[in-house]
Design a binder for this molecule. Structure first.
Ligand code: WT7
Length: 651
């Protein structure tokens, strides 16, 4: 926690009073159209979740539902199932083999349609291929792929044979990939030659080679040939994807999994320099994502669902792979950038595939707004019936634009709040029930319970506070890989009564509408991607010219927040524009392109308290050009004024 725990209380909020009840024709067809589900779930949350769990196929039915004490809960622990079988076999067995699972479009325009039967076959072959490499239940498999069908296929192949996948987003650097592989001791890395982004191949094999130079546990590297980029293969270690699956049988015996067997690890940033491997298990996670896919997206058999997230983040795990596929949905999957070859790309995809449900991030919406109304207006978007957002607070202006320009004023918008740790959506409207208010994620879903609390743990009914989750939920994280102490410290120790602290501040009004205010800890959200300030600072100080660094988030019109770095140079290094650019690139190489600081300010000193703690709140005030806050606890108040002058002069 930083020095600004009180942020949610002091944040001024735009009063948003407009209300949007669900349209009558939407309600008429909605899966849920009244509030009885909330009451039912509230009367007996365990029975409510057990009923959702029983909609899945279990090899061995469970008798226990929720067991344990905070933070060590288990769900459906004596049941056995296979996540993959629930995503594919059962649909094919139910006669849905010919239903389209994925309409894939690559950035260069290449297209592939995969039915559920196609996917089942492809996944079985990949699973057999992985088994032939010696991958067995419980082994960790690192995945570093572009957004192509093989990414989804790889996850499901791991699930089929009980291997634990750890996906690393393709925008991460070699160092980040290496650290994640080493933290969980992955045995195999699955990558590609390159992926396409804005007309250029983004190399992945070369980055993988660099990472794997220092990963003792990696035995094999599988390389998908996606972009036709020349690459080196290491004899005995590397194998092409096509060779891996060549000649493999179309059938593959699935591994039986206990509900509490680990399904995957996904790394996310925290308040220290070291990313956390968030652990999710099988039965509860699958129950949570499939229930929320049905409820929040009102998913029907003939819907065409498009979630624009990358599978490298939790949104793609939960709402491309496990949620929609466990529900037998037809989806659109797109590899590249929204503005390639021009800004109509997304809208053309919606028209072409008749997308009915569209789920994206506020940062994308703000970019669409900036590009202008002509682009969406040039396509027929009338197939859309429901819109969603995730990842960061959506400002009412962007909400309104999304509602009118994309949704034609007729589509409800589900503003969904959740986290890598929660596994599935927690706070969101039900589109056939909830009256919407722009900027509010509205209420906790049925079965979910939240609290706003003061720092001391006092529960607040109305007003701002810290967002806490005070009741276990099936998709909850089961731990941090290899670090049980950090798990307890990070999430369950903020108050004495072992309630989960989300790290977010929020505000609730008299009618129970929740507005998420953002992180209260030292975590920045750039385009909805979480980056720890410490992580960026530790990267920066590795640069030979840098003596000390302080990183804060500042508001940004498009990305929500932007990274702003204040640096003190070592003696003998001069302030220069070149050095700034070098530091930006350096961070890009160390962590990943998306973590490059937008602003780099070279300074002679940093504002610190008398105890030597950097005053981030003041730095943020400076970065956002605000009047200076309270400087009475500052060791050298002059530092701040000169920093501020300099920042404004350098722009
Ligand atoms: C953090 C979680 C959940 C998938 C994407 C991000 C912020 C998430 C919302 C929303 C306001 C949101 C929170 C949260 N966040 N959804 N609808 N409104 N803020 O996953 O990287 O684990 O980040 O994203 O700050 O704690 P993540």
């Amino acid at each position: 926690m930083s020095d600004e725990k009180a942020r949610p209380g002091i944040e001024a909020l735009l009063e948003e009073t407009r209300q949007f009840p669900p349209p009558a024709d939407f309600v008429a067809k909605a899966a849920v159209s009244n509030t009885s589900l909330y009451e039912q779930a509230e009367n007996d949350p365990e029975a409510y979740w057990a009923a959702w769990a029983r909609k899945l196929d279990w090899i061995l039915d469970f008798e226990t539902v929720l067991e344990g004490e905070a933070p060590d809960f288990t769900w459906f622990a004596d049941g056995k199932l296979n996540a993959y079988v629930n995503c594919l076999d059962r649909h094919v067995e139910a006669g849905l083999g010919d239903k389209v699972a994925l309409h894939f479009e690559g950035e260069p325009g290449d297209r592939r349609t995969l039915t559920y039967a196609d996917l089942l076959r492809e996944v079985c072959r990949a699973a057999n291929g992985l088994r032939s490499l010696g991958v067995t239940k419980g082994d960790r498999v690192a995945v570093y792929l572009p957004m192509v069908p093989e990414l989804a296929i790889t996850l499901l192949a791991c699930a089929r044979i009980g291997a634990i996948h750890s996906v690393v987003f393709g925008g991460f650097s070699a160092d980040s990939l290496r650290d994640r592989i080493n933290d969980s001791g992955c045995k195999v890395l699955i990558t590609a030659d390159a992926g396409w982004r804005r007309g250029k191949p983004v190399p992945l094999k070369a980055t993988s080679d660099e990472a794997v130079a220092a990963t003792p546990t990696i035995e094999k590297m599988v390389v998908l040939e996606r972009a036709g980029v020349r690459h080196e293969m290491v004899e005995g270690r590397d194998i092409h994807w096509s060779d891996l699956i060549d000649g493999q049988p179309d059938e593959c015996q699935p591994e039986w999994m206990d509900a509490e067997d680990v399904l995957f690890i996904l790394y996310t940033s925290g308040t220290t320099g070291k990313p956390k491997g968030i652990v999710h298990t099988t039965g509860g996670y699958l129950t949570g994502v499939s229930a929320t896919t049905r409820l929040v997206f009102d998913l029907k058999d003939d819907d065409v669902f498009w979630c624009t997230a990358d599978i490298g983040w939790i949104t793609g795990h939960s709402y491309i792979v496990y949620g929609p596929m466990s529900q037998g949905a037809t989806q659109v999957m797109y590899e590249g950038a929204p503005d390639w070859p021009d800004c109509t790309r997304f809208w053309n995809l919606i028209e072409q595939y008749g997308v009915t449900i569209f789920y994206t991030a506020p940062t994308a919406i703000r970019a669409f707004m900036k590009w202008g109304d002509d682009f969406p207006a040039s396509a027929d978007l009338s197939s859309l019936r429901l819109l969603g957002t995730v990842g960061e607070p959506i400002n009412p202006e962007a909400w309104t634009w999304y509602h009118e320009r994309i949704g034609g004023g007729r589509c409800p918008i589900v503003d969904t709040w959740w986290q890598t740790e929660t596994g599935h959506i927690m706070i969101s409207p039900l589109p056939g029930v909830t009256t919407l208010r722009p900027g509010s994620a509205t209420h906790p879903l049925p079965g979910i319970s939240v609290e706003l609390r003061t720092e001391e743990g006092e529960v607040i009914d109305e007003g701002g506070g810290y967002l806490a989750l005070n009741r276990p939920w099936p998709g909850m994280l089961r731990g941090i890989w290899g670090d049980p102490d950090r798990f307890v410290r990070q999430y369950w120790s903020f108050w004495d009564d072992k309630v989960y602290f989300t790290g977010d501040g929020a505000k609730r009004d008299g009618e129970g509408y929740i507005v998420i205010l953002g992180r209260v800890d030292d975590v920045i959200s750039v385009s909805g991607h979480r980056i720890g300030t410490m992580e960026v600072e530790s990267a920066i100080v590795e640069h030979p010219a840098v003596a000390e660094a302080a990183v804060v988030g500042r508001k940004d019109d498009i990305t929500g927040e932007a990274i702003c770095a204040f640096l003190i140079l070592r003696d003998g290094f001069d302030h220069s524009p070149e050095l700034r650019a070098e530091v930006q690139d350096f961070v890009g190489r160390k962590i990943g392109r998306f973590a490059r600081p937008k602003d780099v300010l070279l300074t002679a000193d940093l504002p610190k308290t008398r105890s030597g703690k950097i005053m981030r709140r003041l730095l943020r005030d400076i970065a956002e050009g605000r009047a200076l806050g309270d400087v009475t606890t500052l060791a050298d108040p002059g530092v701040v004024q000169s920093l501020k002058d300099r920042y404004q002069a350098e722009g």
